[in-house]
Design a protein around this ligand. Sequence first.
Ligand code: ZN
Length: 168
Amino acid sequence: METIPSFQVDHTRLKCGLYVARKDVLGYETVTTFDIRMKRPYHEEVMETGSVHALEHICATFLRNDELWKDKIIYFGPMGCRTGFYLIVNGDVDTDTIYPLVERTFDYAAEFEGEIPGATPKECGFCVDMDLEKAKEDAAMYYNVLIDAKKENFNYPKPRKPREKKTK
Ligand SMILES: [Zn+2]
């Protein structure tokens, strides 16, 4: 089988940030997948499942209620490695355009108070695994990354060229 494109990004050189993971054309529509990278792989601890789960509920609810974007949100969910989330939106969208939405989502999550939406046995498959305090901490750390972001936090590391043998 072929290696899928997201495994071709060199995760050992990846910083925290906001990246376009891929754009797919489905019929007449383009769909953009964003890589919301909250933890720097192999440099920082990954998130705890309770934090990831709480953030999933809080952020998905926020995104699907955002007046500007709610009709374009296709999916928001965690990466299995627990270093971040994927956000999938309808349209050919770049990071500059999505940035304000992601910023206000994590601002909201960092300040969240009250009942986590959908956190009941009826609404969720394992609602006991939620850690709001950790979630707020992780959201705040990522928010700080976003507001201080530089070019390298918006562009995947460029693949290194294979070294060529010198011939004499
Ligand atoms: Zn859940």
